[in-house]
Design a protein around this ligand. Structure first.
Ligand SMILES: C[S@@+](CC[C@H](N)C(=O)[O-])C[C@H]1O[C@@H](n2cnc3c(N)ncnc32)[C@H](O)[C@@H]1O
Length: 278
């Protein structure tokens, strides 16, 4: 079963806010371009943008795909896809509203040249999705995705020395505790999707790990504030209204410098189905 509640994403306010964020800040377009460049799309005919949301990753794929290729963006949030349908009008792009776990119901076996998934794989039922990717990929086809650093348990060397001042995230929690009696959840257990687990799930699905790299994304505090303003990402979790979350965020942000840069780490994975042309 998918582990990210659909309710969080299938919401017009979140979808509009997410799309506005991706138009203004580079976080998702930059990571999408990075994944697209690793997918070796030069000779592709059919490319799947898995958990494609409003189409930011699809745009990056279209930029590198051959003129006669098709890109299909699959996501289970109708609200996210509605925005994508209105804003992207490349005739090579089409949309499928479905859970990632059902990918294999929408494409013939061994028909897809590349599956690319930006900023979402850990929200899915990973063994089910990997098995579905294995079924639809052609031999030699690539599966490229990333895992957020905290879910993968990785930190890029650039992120090992923390910023001089407290992070926006920790300030939010501090203010929520001070003003609302908020108790932060206990530290979470071991990372959900470290590289050994990724490698094992890939092998169990019949896919081969080609490359894994820890990358760094540099974001300003202003960008992080905008990201935390997207309803699905707003903090703290729990019984806070969005208005309260934004009030806390505003106060936290006032205690920072908007141009201070923090590092987010990612585990970027390239896998393939063995055989055929790479
Ligand atoms: C952070 S957004 C990333 C969207 C896009 N890849 C991008 O880079 O802009 C995460 C997306 O994953 C989708 N998602 C999460 N779990 C999913 C699942 N099990 N099946 C399909 N889509 C899912 C959400 O609906 C949301 O659109």
């Amino acid at each position: 079963m998918a582990q990210d509640a659909l309710t969080g994403w299938d919401d017009d306010t979140t979808a509009e806010s997410y799309a506005a964020f991706t138009r203004t800040f580079p976080m998702y377009s930059a990571s999408s371009r990075d994944l697209a460049s690793r997918a070796h799309l030069t000779d592709s005919h059919l490319i799947v943008d898995l958990c494609g949301g409003t189409g930011t990753t699809a745009e990056a794929l279209l930029a590198l795909a051959p003129p006669d290729a098709r890109v299909v963006s699959l996501d289970n949030s109708a609200a996210m896809q509605r925005i994508g349908c209105h804003t992207l009008n490349d005739p090579r792009l089409s949309w499928v509203g479905a859970p990632a776990e059902d990918l294999a119901e929408h494409f013939p076996a061994n028909s897809v040249d590349a599956v690319v998934c930006n900023s979402a794989i850990w929200k899915t039922d990973v063994p089910a999705v990997f098995a579905a990717v294995r079924r639809v990929l052609r031999p030699g086809g690539r599966f490229v995705f990333n895992v957020g650093g905290s879910f993968a348990g990785v930190t890029h060397p650039d992120g090992q020395t923390g910023p001089a001042s407290p992070s926006l995230y920790s300030l939010v929690h501090h203010i929520a505790a001070r003003d609302y009696g908020y108790t932060p959840p206990p530290p979470s257990g071991p990372p959900k999707l470290p590289l050994p687990a990724v490698t094992r799930h890939l092998a169990e699905a019949g896919l081969t790990l080609v490359d894994a790299e820890v990358t760094a994304q540099h974001t300003t505090t202003a960008e992080r504030k905008a990201w935390l303003s997207i309803p699905v990402f707003a903090r703290p979790d729990g019984h806070f209204s969005y208005e309260q979350q934004m009030e806390i965020l505003k106060e936290a942000y006032a205690q920072t410098r908007g141009d201070e840069v923090a590092v987010t780490s990612w585990l970027v994975v390239v896998a393939q189905l063995d055989g055929g042309r790479a």
